[in-house]
Ligand binder design. Structure first.
Ligand SMILES: [Fe+2]
Length: 287
């Protein structure tokens, strides 16, 4: 029998986790054990630090809910989410790039028609985001489903308004036969990630900027194409070059043109000044 020593414990743990019945689980868990042990050795992890880390993980789980995903936020600020996105979505350069889902997506948003207003009753500058959904050859993609969500003009999401129990600034849109879509909303504002939880505790002890540039989130899951999770960022917005979750890509930076009162892209008109963002999503066929 081989007894445990500081020198052999990694090999022993790897041997045990190699017995996982699923080969991929065995591969992932043995690599995790090796890297965790190497990490602990490299920083000479103390017992106080170990228990602090366990308590931090506990708090991260406890503060999470159906509407708050603190573990996703932790992954986002460590750059892990964006790394995983990039490794798994090596798309054609002509396709719209993917970014992180982020912690604020809520499934089951209401279905809205072409130009439907997902900012119903909220104050802010009216914003029309419109364009087409196309394939790599430029052909329109009809009936493509766009799941859209964003922060309000104070930089807050629905889940950060505890009193709100109706869908707020989120909606499902579909392209028309010519591939066109039109989202009516209000201009979002850049925002701080939630700083009142364990992720905020960690970040506040650093010089890391905890802000994200103004953006609107999109999720396109269209049969026959790679699912696309992405954002559109406002050109010229603050924090474009320091996005705390590493999500900004040049291809996704879009001008928000300021427009005078008058006709709007949904076929209606606006009595007040409004903003227009045009963007064509290009989907990659499923590989
Ligand atoms: Fe966001």
């Amino acid at each position: 029998m081989e007894l445990v020593t500081e020198d052999n414990i990694t090999d022993l743990a790897v041997q045990r986790w190699q017995t996982a019945h699923d080969p991929r689980t065995a591969e992932v868990m043995t690599a995790l054990v090796r890297h965790l042990h190497d990490f602990a050795r490299e920083v000479r992890l103390t017992e106080a630090e170990w228990i602090a880390a366990v308590q931090w993980l506990n708090r991260t789980g406890q503060i999470s809910s159906e509407k708050r995903e603190e573990f996703i936020l932790a992954s986002d600020v460590l750059g892990l989410s964006m790394l995983v996105v990039q490794m798994n979505h090596r798309l054609d350069p002509a396709a719209t790039p993917a970014t992180v889902l982020g912690p604020f997506h809520i499934p089951g948003s209401p279905e809205l028609g072409f130009g439907g207003d997902m900012s119903d009753g909220l104050t802010g500058v009216p914003l029309y985001v419109h364009g087409h959904v196309r394939d790599l050859a430029g052909a329109p993609v009809p009936d493509a489903r766009l799941d859209v969500w964003q922060a309000d003009d104070e930089g807050l999401y629905e889940s950060q308004h505890p009193a709100v129990d109706e869908a707020r600034l989120r909606g499902i849109y579909r392209t028309r036969d010519d591939g066109s879509y039109c989202v009516r909303t209000i201009a979002p504002r850049g925002y701080s990630i939630p700083m009142d939880g364990p992720v905020g505790d960690l970040v506040s002890g650093t010089d890391i900027s905890h802000f994200r540039p103004a953006h609107v989130h999109f999720l396109l899951d269209v049969p026959g194409f790679e699912p696309l999770i992405t954002h559109l960022f406002q050109e010229g917005a603050e924090y474009l070059d320091s996005d705390v979750v590493f999500g900004t890509k040049q291809e996704l930076v879009v001008r928000f043109e300021q427009r005078e009162p008058g006709p709007t892209p949904d076929g209606g008109s606006s009595d007040v000044p409004w903003a227009e963002a045009r963007y064509d999503f290009v989907l990659q066929p499923r590989g």
